[in-house]
Design a binder for this molecule. Structure first.
Ligand code: ATP
Ligand code: MG
Length: 415
């Protein structure tokens, strides 16, 4: 039988790749904790209605990228394409919409989108993300962004990355802006892509997010929202910028950022790198004031972001920061009588926090070869003579030195 391959758009995380992936999540988890976020895990599949909420949603994710299917009981379920909707659903389902707001939630896990696979774009990928649920103040937006920047700094991958921010205004701003956009794009309708012509009717703002080259040229001269902001919306955006400056987060304004999902208002932002080609957006987010209500909860203004773990991990690799694998200590019994004391020593090493291994078979030569092949830092050789005195040979494989050390002292020496 031909060997089976991973399904298209999925990939295995092995060795170095796993270590980078793990580093991204661990750093994000640690920094998010410093900002007061608590981790939640919501299900990987949900009732399809959690993601597809009515006909108004024209985002790529909802209109063509979802993995939805009927389960055996005839329910329509969807593998989550993102986790903001799941977190909002969980807030409502668990009766948390009143107590202890704002709630600050961190998550990490796999997401699924039916997309054309390429470097940095997969069908199963992973996101880390944070949400502040139940905060209407621009300080929340700024803190969420500062946390995202902090994580990237801690990972050591900020070179070549810029933060771009925009505002989508409030409902009144957006209505006025929408009318201006419809006027503009209608005048250029014949040159728009088929996708964008459809968006023109359903959600003209989404045209701004088009990746089509012809559309991009037309978008370049489109009106911006800044001429249509209400004083309240303009004041909110000014507040976000003021707090970002206080947090020491550099940014620039990009009027074209609208975000991939339809539920945003006010702040929208993206961290974009010049190191990953077309897949340059590593972290994106914004304010969503209506989503919890759409899940059946009370009005709960919220803000958050999600970042692609694979894209951050590619930056970790490009920055030469791939974490090293832990180096082992090889425990090597010589002769059958040495096996029992070797296993006892092995466990005391592990309990002392030392990565240690014993080969399952082989003579001294074979075991030493294996230790060298694995890049072990030390070998503990338990031979008959030393064991009789309650000791073993401790060999430093980097220095090539060796000495006799009492068994009880070995874990302390290697910890
Ligand atoms: P893009 O414009 O690249 O399609 P998006 O706007 O669809 O991104 P979001 O929904 O905002 O992306 O998701 C947040 C982040 O998740 C992205 O910035 C990116 O880093 C990552 N991401 C999104 N889709 C994928 C994918 N198919 N494979 C890998 N990472 C992804
Ligand atoms: Mg996308």
């Amino acid at each position: 039988m031909t060997p089976l391959q991973p399904a298209r758009g999925t990939h295995d995380l092995i060795g170095e790749e796993f270590r980078r992936h793990h580093r991204v999540i661990e750093v994000a988890r640690r920094i998010a904790t410093l900002y007061g976020f608590e981790e939640w895990a919501t299900p990987i599949f949900e009732d399809t209605r959690v993601f597809a909420r009515g006909l108004g949603d024209t985002s790529d994710v909802v209109s063509k990228e979802m993995y939805s299917f009927e389960d055996r009981g005839g329910e329509s379920v969807t593998l989550r394409p993102e986790n903001t909707a799941g977190v909002c659903r969980a807030l409502v389902s668990n009766g948390l919409t009143q107590a202890n707001l704002p709630r600050k939630v961190f998550y990490a896990g796999p997401m699924f989108r039916y997309e054309r696979p390429q470097r940095g774009r997969y069908r199963q990928f992973h996101q880390i993300g944070i949400e502040v649920l139940g905060a209407a103040e621009p300080l929340a937006d700024a803190e969420v962004i500062a946390c995202g920047w902090h994580i990237q700094q801690e990972l050591g991958i900020t070179e070549g990355t810029v933060l771009e921010i925009n505002t989508l205004g409030d409902a009144a701003s957006r209505d006025a802006y929408r009318a201006a956009l419809v006027g503009y794009f209608t005048a250029h309708q014949d040159r728009l892509s088929a996708d964008s012509r459809m968006r023109l009717e359903r959600n003209p703002l989404r045209i701004l997010d088009s990746k089509d080259a012809g559309d991009r040229a037309i978008i370049a001269d489109a009106p911006t929202i800044f001429d249509h902001l209400t004083p309240e919306a303009a004041g909110f955006f000014a507040g976000v910028q003021r707090h970002l400056a206080s947090f020491g987060v550099p940014f620039r304004i990009n009027a074209r950022i609208v975000r991939g999902l339809d539920y945003y208002s006010h702040t929208a932002f993206e961290f974009v790198t010049d190191r990953l080609g077309a897949q340059g957006t590593v972290m994106g987010g914004g304010r969503y004031n209506g989503l919890v209500e759409e899940m059946g909860g009370p009005p709960t203004p919220s803000v958050g972001w999600a970042a692609g773990v694979e894209r951050l991990a590619l930056l970790v690799e490009a920055s030469g920061l791939t974490p090293a694998a832990p180096r082992q200590v090889a425990v090597i019994p010589v002769g059958e009588a040495a096996e029992a004391p070797a296993l006892a020593l092995l466990q005391s090493l592990r309990r002392a926090g030392v990565t240690a291994e014993i080969a399952y078979k082989g003579n001294l030569k074979r075991r030493m070869e294996r230790a060298n092949r694995l890049g072990a830092r030390a070998a503990v050789i338990l031979g008959e003579e030393e064991l009789a005195q309650g000791a073993a040979q401790l060999r430093d494989l980097d220095a090539g030195t060796q000495q006799t050390v009492p068994l009880a002292e070995i874990p302390g020496r290697l910890a």
